[in-house]
Design a protein around this ligand. Structure first.
Ligand SMILES: [Zn+2]
Length: 339
């Protein structure tokens, strides 16, 4: 048997050395080392041999197998190198051709809008604050003057976890956290992701962004709210923008108002973006409800404040003329490359 193995080895080595193509090498691999290959067949005979010779023969066969594998791999890379050299010499491979450069990413349109909003408010002395996306029911509702049986909770049907936790349905709970931790004056904005159980369509999504603003101090009035938001509207949408307030209802502010700007597309003449009204609703706002101040441990007789909240997704859609909110999360480069 030893002889058979040696013979097999020398004929294989001879053929490997003569091989000139990668296919040839692969065929030899099958011929000798494959499942029905010659070396495998010899190894199968091993079982019939006397027990004292078996280990020696087994070891020899394995050594030959390793040697042949090594030879074939070496020959294969030799052939590949040769092929590449020939191509370069024959210029069929142009090594001066520039490679494929990785395309640099772009800043997501919502991140761009968030950046603009942040710049404007930090310019006005506001501080940017962050908060957790998993909130307590208390911070999300009760502390904001929305008790368990309050009908307005239905507007914010949320994703609930056990033990009184949920995915925050607005960024307002961060107000509560900050007010509990600090004493006035407070001047913050809170950008972040929020979640509601909305059915996804062109204008609704279960995840969207919000920027919340809060200012609490002594003698803060509605005029301060108006001044800050006018400044914001003009920096964000153009220096000639007009703003208009319409009474509204939010449980955590009293009085409450929706703020609109005159349409920046048609300058108030009426167009598709403003639905012919000349005005576009941009944000909700109001004076902080005394109950909210009380639950933060502030005396509403001493401190007053205003709060506002806006949707950067909607602002991005208006500003860039995007008609489907789903595009923001589709991660489609054809869309994202346009910004
Ligand atoms: Zn318009």
């Amino acid at each position: 048997m030893q002889e058979a193995l040696e013979q097999l080895k020398s004929s294989a080595v001879c053929l490997i050395e003569k091989a000139s193509g990668i296919d040839e090498i692969e065929n030899l691999r099958v011929k000798y080392l494959g499942k029905k290959g010659e070396l495998t067949t010899v190894l199968k005979e091993l079982g019939k041999m006397p027990a004292d010779v078996r280990p020696v023969m087994g070891q020899l066969a394995n050594t030959i197998k390793n040697q042949l594998t090594e030879l074939m791999d070496g020959k294969k890379s030799e052939i590949e190198t040769k092929k590449l050299e020939d191509e370069i010499i024959n210029q069929s491979l142009d090594i001066t051709l520039p490679g494929k450069a990785p395309s640099p990413g772009r800043i997501h349109p919502i991140t761009q809008i968030l950046g603009e909003i942040r710049d404007i408010f930090t310019g006005l002395g506001f501080e940017v604050v962050d908060g957790p996306e998993v909130e307590t029911e208390y911070n999300n509702f009760e502390a904001l003057n929305i008790p368990a049986d309050h009908p307005s909770r239905e507007m914010w049907d949320s994703f609930y976890f056990r033990k009184g936790l949920l995915l925050r349905s607005h960024t307002s709970p961060v107000q509560v956290r900050v007010m509990k931790d600090r004493k006035p004056p407070i001047k913050i904005i809170v950008p972040g992701k929020t979640y509601r159980r909305d059915t996804v369509d062109a204008t609704h999504h279960w995840m969207f962004h919000q920027v919340e603003g809060l200012l609490v101090d002594e003698k803060v009035t509605f005029a301060d709210l108006k001044g800050v938001l006018l400044k914001f509207a003009r920096q964000m949408f153009g220096e000639t923008r007009k703003i208009s307030f319409k009474p509204s209802y939010f449980p955590f502010t009293e009085p409450s108002a929706e703020m609109s700007i005159d349409c920046f597309v048609c300058n108030g003449e009426g167009c598709r973006v403003c639905k012919q009204s000349g005005w576009i609703e941009i944000l909700g706002s109001g004076m902080v409800h005394p109950n909210v101040l009380r639950s933060a441990g502030y005396d509403p007789e001493k401190y007053t404040g205003f709060a506002f909240g806006m949707g950067p997704d909607r602002i991005a859609m208006l500003k860039y003329g995007i008609n489907d909110i789903r595009l923001f999360s589709d991660n489609d480069l054809r869309f994202l490359e346009q910004f």
